[in-house]
Ligand binder design. Structure first.
Ligand code: KIV
Length: 264
């Protein structure tokens, strides 16, 4: 695999090649996932839940993110590295630029922000200063208390239109990648067609430009509630690298996610 860049991700969308992304939080897993053919690694603020055992992502700090971003970057040579900006670390464009600098210096190639058109100025400022930005719409976990739980978003027509509006506004502001989480498959397919940047889904059906999973879900390590949109790729035996090779192959072939992992 050659080095993955924003230009390569964009070319993959144009060529109809699916992008396989997974979370990682340390050098060992990052290296294994890269060897398994994953194109992009997300240091998700999901680490608050899967590493720290918290019930939400709200307690994660910029220092936590920088520590794990550096660990992942040390394990990777070719994969594209996206780091989450944690809760309340991008409330103003100035604060976002200062905190994004910390994550980029730790080894991120792009930062991810949760939210819609109200982030347009922040996205513009970051991009102008050399920080590529990934948007995140649908179920944005940092707003779990606004939503009243981790719930499907965009099922009602009005809410679906709002998500489309925010996706367009973020693209116009300069995002170069968009994560869509837990939305009906048809909405995700419409947004993927509508935008010229790659759209990565999680719980968003098969008709996006790529998929992302939390590594603990993809390896069947999640204890307690397991979301419907995940799949344990290690269940059929083998080892971690083989499991993630299967994930990459199933995403490429459009076999994952299947209807059983998706929402109408
Ligand atoms: O934090 C995370 O792992 C994420 C993914 C679920 C997309 O944002």
């Amino acid at each position: 695999m050659s080095k993955i860049t924003t230009a390569r991700l964009q070319a993959m969308k144009q060529a109809g090649e699916k992008i396989a992304m997974i979370t990682a939080y340390d050098a060992t897993f990052a290296a294994l996932f890269e060897q398994a053919g994953v194109h992009a690694i997300l240091i998700g603020d999901s680490l608050g839940m899967v590493l720290q055992g918290e019930s939400s992502t709200l307690g994660v700090t910029v220092d936590n993110m920088a520590y794990h971003t550096k660990s992942v970057a040390n394990g990777c040579e070719k994969a594209f590295i996206v780091a989450d900006m944690p809760f309340m670390s991008y409330s103003t464009p100035e604060q976002a630029c200062a905190n994004a600098a910390t994550l980029m210096r730790a080894g991120a190639h792009m930062v991810k922000l949760e939210g819609g058109d109200w982030l347009a100025d922040t996205v513009q400022q970051l991009t102008r200063q050399g920080v590529p930005v990934c948007g995140h719409l649908g179920l944005t976990p940092q707003s779990v208390h606004v939503f009243g739980g981790f719930k499907l978003q965009g099922r009602e027509a009005e809410q679906a239109e709002q998500i489309k509006h925010h996706a367009k506004a973020l693209e116009a502001a300069g995002i170069q990648l968009l994560v869509l989480e837990c939305v009906p498959s048809r909405l995700a397919a419409d947004i993927s067609r509508m935008l010229s940047i790659p759209v990565i889904g999680i719980g968003a059906g098969a008709d996006t430009d790529g998929q992302v999973l939390v590594m603990q879900d993809a390896l069947g390590l999640t204890t307690g509630y397991v979301p419907k949109f995940t799949k344990n790729f290690l269940a059929d035996g083998g080892n971690v690298k083989a499991a993630i090779e299967t994930y990459v192959a199933e995403v490429a072939a459009g076999r994952f996610p299947g209807p059983e992992h998706s929402f109408n």
